[in-house]
Ligand binder design. Sequence first.
Ligand code: ADP
Ligand code: MG
Ligand code: MG
Length: 252
Amino acid sequence: MLSIKNLHAEVEDKKILKGINLDIKPGEVHAIMGPNGSGKSTLSAVLAGRENYTVTEGEVLFEDKDLLDMAPEIRAREGLFLAFQYPVEIPGVSNINFLRTALNEIREYKGLPPMEAKEFLRLTKEKQKLVEFDAKLINRSLNEGFSGGEKKRNEILQLAMLDPKLSILDETDSGLDIDALRIVSGGVNKLRNEHNSFVIITHYQRLLEYIVPDFVHVLYDGRIVKSGTKELALELEERGYDWLKESYPATE
Ligand code: ADP
Ligand code: MG
Ligand code: MG
């Protein structure tokens, strides 16, 4: 699904990613953990193709195609989905129209006609139910005035509607109360299957009690310094991250 090889990236001439290697197969859920400032959001931004992030070395293959060569919207149409740590508010664009446009762009890319209105509404209802999305939010402006939990739930609804091959959730758990956390993780658990993959970026082990990952990686100082299974997350919860500073002195 995704193969990252020796990825180096800079933001404003500052080296942030310093040689990331990661392979993700269909059906796998990978958790990326690590202290603040280690480069987790930078990695997701680089994969999504956000502006101002310069890749200086390495390659990323998405289903054997050169991901870094694709424009951000092409990455999305190829089936990459990124849930942001801070979802944007777009006043004047209703949630439902946003979903319809995004869905139909992907269909057009696949050579399919726009989805019929009736089918679109049926699908929306089905997915709203799946992720326990409050129906009255669907006609509101995208994320405008939504609570933190509602925004995160909205991202899971987008995920359910667009059915991406690879989803990257960047700290989807931050700012969630326990109920919202259950709903977000419940949504992911219902959506995961043998064909799609997830990268769950989180600071805390808590989310991983609900979304059980196949692999856990520790990102520190722009590198994956340790990989393991879900037990690694428990170990990190116990040990914290301070030991990393001693084991891996900061590099330029
Ligand atoms: P994490 O998500 O693991 O907390 P980030 O990827 O957000 O870490 O940040 C990694 C480092 O890159 C930090 O030192 C941060 O200050 C820096 N950084 C991230 N984005 C920018 C930016 N737009 N401009 C300057 N520095 C940035
Ligand atoms: Mg952070
Ligand atoms: Mg971050």
